[in-house]
Write a protein that binds this ligand. Sequence first.
Ligand SMILES: NC(=O)N[C@@H](CC(=O)O)C(=O)O
Ligand SMILES: [Zn+2]
Ligand SMILES: [Zn+2]
Length: 385
Amino acid sequence: MGCLRAFGMTASPNPCKVLNFPYGKVGWPRRVNTRVRMEVSLTKPDDWHLHLRDGDLLETVVSHSASHFGRAIVMPNLKPPVTTTAAALAYRESILKALPSSSDFEPLMTLYLTDKTHPDEIKHARNSGMVFAVKLYPAGATTNSQDGVTDLIGNCLPVLKEMVEQNMPLLVHGEVTDPEVDMFDREKVFIETILRPLIKKLPDLKVVMEHITTQDAVRFIESCKEGSVAATVTPQHLLLNRNSLFQGGLQPHNFCLPVLKREIHRKALISAVTSGSNQYFLGTDSAPHERQRKECSCGCAGMYNAPVALSVYAKVFEEAGALDKLEAFTSFNGPDFYGLPRNESKIKLVKAPWKIPESYTYPSGTIVPMLAGETVDWYPSAAAI
Ligand SMILES: NC(=O)N[C@@H](CC(=O)O)C(=O)O
Ligand SMILES: [Zn+2]
Ligand SMILES: [Zn+2]
């Protein structure tokens, strides 16, 4: 369990007072002064949904993830997509090469499912010991999904059956692509027309519904078997609603897919992740795009949140009075679902103001992080306790 500490900044024989969870019952230390500082100690979190890209952008972004996270499920939507185990292993090597030499960050690789993926590829993936899941992008749904699946059951049933055999999870971008369906309803329609029938047909398939955004998705996850169907939730879908796309003018850096939703959906996500259910875990969906590709007439979807993700999750859980539930979400539920060991090392989150950089530059461009230039309350300390 996480450890919450509060300590005064004035000299005292015992400046550090450790409070037991739930801290709401224990209350604050008596000698509260205006400069009380809080820390949360967490088992090192993992990121179960991450876009690391390639080339020089990879070198810039990977260190941000590696400084806070132990492992990450690395999404395969490169150009060309990572469709084979051989390509996944080569991508893994380039990620490891891009890491700072002291880092023990572990990339967990995935395959990009296409209409043509062969069931043998799933066996190779499992035997490699380095590939942990297969990602479904409905063709046309999101960034680099042109090679995605056009008819899941029609074209991929043998592969899905092999995934059941190999206990290989299917990670789902859960939106329909029919242009007739309203942008804000695409997740809900996907659940009813694709996901529910899929799970009925293959009840033993492990599925992660990625980056859920709606009350409908929460209800769906609740209706499914624990340990078999789970969901990742991003910082942006917990912190922002769709108003933030238009606040003071069009805000391209708040555009991601699935698009931000109404406040009732954000509230449903907060209730879900703070409920204590083990079906939800951390997946940032950190998805950097070069600044010009977001600030243009047809901007890309994706928010670069790796540097701020833990600060945002901490804020959301704190405001919900549920800091005691944070560690399961960040560090336990994900590895438990994937059948991997929990991390052993710790990180700490310090409650202290931290101004987010306006941007990060890399040799061929600039990326703008989520909450650029704003100040957040929680600061993830890279140092292990
Ligand atoms: N989330 C996004 O808006 N974009 C992601 C793709 C994805 O996860 O759908 C990207 O790779 O840019
Ligand atoms: Zn997606
Ligand atoms: Zn993604």
